[in-house]
Design a protein around this ligand. Structure first.
Ligand code: FPP
Length: 270
């Protein structure tokens, strides 16, 4: 069975409905508070957070969820103390070195979105190598948003269209939401069905602004280092219980069939 996700823009068509999300996007919040609560430095929370990332990647692989996107570092995170930013970048480097082979063995396609130039050539080269190594893997597409901002993404896509228009290759009047989408950094990946934010805050924080148009939002007070498989199952159960209407009426939706997951794993929420 093909694991390629269907790509449907939720504002131009109604996607097929499924009780299992095809794409989960996560803001991993609460690492600092987890560490502080234990009298540990903030970076200890981020380190523990990497373990939670590993558990979630494994769960998505087992359940047959084809796309997972994690917000690891926002364009606004540079406002943090310099030491924390430096230690976070070191942690990314270490995690890359340690995990990429395992991701490849598990047939995970690894990609990074965001303005990664600011991370410097060393991290940039490692990211590129990891993306190239895992490019053809089909089990799970793991996207890490790093130095990413939703507004940055829309702006850089507009810049590409503007260049084409300035070069006379594009009529500005022909620009639509659909013609912008291929220029966004999530092009080729379905919009998230489920967005999870841990740590108790209830906001999007400049994450995938464009792509979250019709995503189901799930907020939990659980701090990211404590977000385990059972917490994920709760989020999936909440998702499965929702009626997604995409602008239609409830009666219209009730007349439609809801797809069961293509490859249900151990989860009981299918
Ligand atoms: C937010 O918690 C978390 C971050 C800014 C960093 C997230 C990074 C990781 C989970 C580790 C590395 C990830 C990968 C993909 C290798 P916070 O520091 O804002 O927590 P607080 O709100 O409690 O202070």
């Amino acid at each position: 069975m093909s694991k390629s996700p269907r790509i449907v823009s939720t504002t131009s068509a109604v996607p097929a409905l499924s009780t299992l999300p095809q794409h989960v996007a996560v803001i991993m919040d609460g690492n600092g508070r987890w560490a502080k609560g234990r009298g540990l430095p903030r970076i200890a929370g981020h380190r523990k957070g990497v373990e939670a990332v590993r558990e979630l990647v494994t769960a998505c692989g087992e359940l047959g969820i084809p796309c997972l996107t994690l917000f690891a570092f926002s364009s606004e995170n540079w406002r943090r103390p310099e030491t924390e930013v430096r230690l976070l970048l070191e942690l990314f480097l270490m995690a890359l070195d340690k995990e990429v082979k395992k991701l490849h063995t598990s047939k995970v396609r690894f990609r990074v979105i965001g303005d990664i130039e600011r991370f410097g050539p060393k991290l940039g080269a490692r990211i590129q190598a990891a993306e190239e190594l895992t490019r053809d893997n089909q089990n799970l597409t793991l996207t890490i948003a790093a130095n990413y901002g939703g507004r940055w993404d829309v702006a850089q896509a507009c810049k590409q269209l503007a260049r084409e228009a300035a070069a006379g290759q594009l009529d500005p009047e022909s620009i639509t939401a659909e013609s912008l989408e291929p220029h966004l950094s999530m092009a080729g990946i379905p919009e998230p069905d489920l967005f999870i934010r841990t740590g108790g805050e209830q906001r999007i924080s400049n994450f995938l602004l464009w792509q979250l148009a019709y995503t189901e939002l799930y907020f939990t007070p659980v701090l990211w280092p404590e977000f385990n498989r059972s917490q994920f199952d709760q989020a999936l159960a909440s998702f499965a219980s929702r009626q997604r209407r995409f602008g239609q009426t409830g009666d219209q939706i009730e007349g439609q069939e809801v797809e069961q997951p293509a490859r249900a794993g151990k989860g009981s929420h299918a």
